[in-house]
Ligand binder design. Structure first.
Ligand code: A3P
Length: 327
């Protein structure tokens, strides 16, 4: 042990204090800092560094990657149900008593906290281990990119993501000592920050393109999902997901209605009404209920004027079009 915990913390704090800063969205005094070309809350940077330095991926690991508000919670519930369907019945699945984020933890929020090198929680997870992250592909630890472990990325139409994120940001919980009232963002401010790329884990175009490129070049490693496709044909997409992670549904299972049962279990309507998701709190700053809102495609039409829509669409066109990805 070369450095003590305190020394390592000090070193990380001074490193973080020197990073470029912009306005954050958790409380009026909060900031985001630019680490490895993406913006994130300064308190998360030490966690990300621990994760990058210490995580040892196993080939069987499955990792969900996303930008916030793209459908992460839903995908976690589906993946957990697919992978654990042999061990649990739908009547006693842990999803009935735990929020999906508890069952598929984030490396940077839930595991590599407080400078831990070997978070005890990781040791207790049985294989295949399910994890998640919001950090861009290029910042993933080499042990993830070099191993055979699989990555599932979910993205969502930027207009809907903005609206979803804006609602979410304005719901941060007072009990975590946030200056809640004055932290409210107007939608205009939020759109501005988003279009400037100065939003959590943004710029969104780099985040999406980083994983998109890998899914094209390395399709057995990275599978790309769109929230809209998942909504439109959930069953087909869920079967595609199950095959990708090595847990395909047999014809017999399909005939028994197992896929349909999983879809029902993981539906917004069902998850939202569970006691744990109505009243519980697992993630820092946010109550479980904040992760379940409307779950609709095209809700932006109720919030954005045509000039804003045009601005975002032009930007998306400019940044993504040459990649072949249509959002
Ligand atoms: P809206 O705010 O548009 O309703 P994330 O999980 O990445 O934080 O994304 C949250 C978004 O996914 C929210 O979108 C939320 O309502 C939606 N969502 C959560 N659970 C869902 C589910 N089971 N089915 C469909 N959408 C879901």
């Amino acid at each position: 042990e070369l450095y003590s915990y305190e020394d390592q913390n000090k070193e990380k704090e001074s490193f973080v204090s020197q990073l470029p800063k912009t306005k954050g969205w958790l409380g009026s005094n909060s900031t985001l800092c630019l680490y490895q070309n993406f913006w994130c809350p300064p308190t998360i940077v030490p966690n990300i560094i621990s994760f990058q330095n210490h995580f040892q991926a196993l080939d069987q690991d499955i990792i969900i990657a996303s930008k916030p508000k793209s459908g992460t919670t839903w995908l976690k519930a589906l993946l957990f149900s697919i992978v654990n369907r042999a061990n649990t019945t739908l009547a006693n699945t842990p999803l009935l008593s735990s929020n999906p984020h508890e069952l598929v933890p984030f490396f940077e929020f839930n595991l590599y906290t407080r400078n831990q090198k070997n978070p005890p929680l990781i040791k207790n997870i049985s294989s295949p281990r399910l994890f998640s992250t919001h950090i861009p592909y290029d910042s993933l630890p080499k042990s993830i990119t070099k191993s055979q472990c699989r990555i599932i990325y979910i993205c969502r139409n930027p207009l809907d993501t903005i609206i979803s994120h804006w609602h979410f940001a304005n719901q941060a919980d007072d009990s975590d000592h946030l200056d809640h009232c004055s932290s409210k963002w107007t939608l205009e401010e939020f759109v501005d920050a988003y279009c400037n790329g100065e939003e959590v884990y943004g710029p969104f175009w780099s985040h999406i393109l980083g994983y998109w490129k890998q899914s094209v070049e390395n399709p057995q490693k990275v599978m790309f999902f769109k929230y809209e496709e998942l909504k439109k044909d959930t069953k087909t997409q869920v079967k595609r997901l199950a095959e990708f992670v090595g847990f395909p549904f047999s014809l017999e299972e399909e005939a028994l209605g197992i896929v349909d049962e999983i879809l029902k279990l993981c539906s917004l309507k069902n998850l939202k009404e569970l006691d744990v998701n109505k009243h519980g709190k697992f993630m820092p700053y946010f109550e479980n209920k904040s992760y379940f809102r409307k779950g609709e495609v095209g809700d932006w039409i109720n919030h954005l004027n045509s000039a804003t829509v045009e601005r975002v669409e032009k930007l998306v066109h400019k940044k993504l079009n040459s990649s072949g990805l249509i959002l």
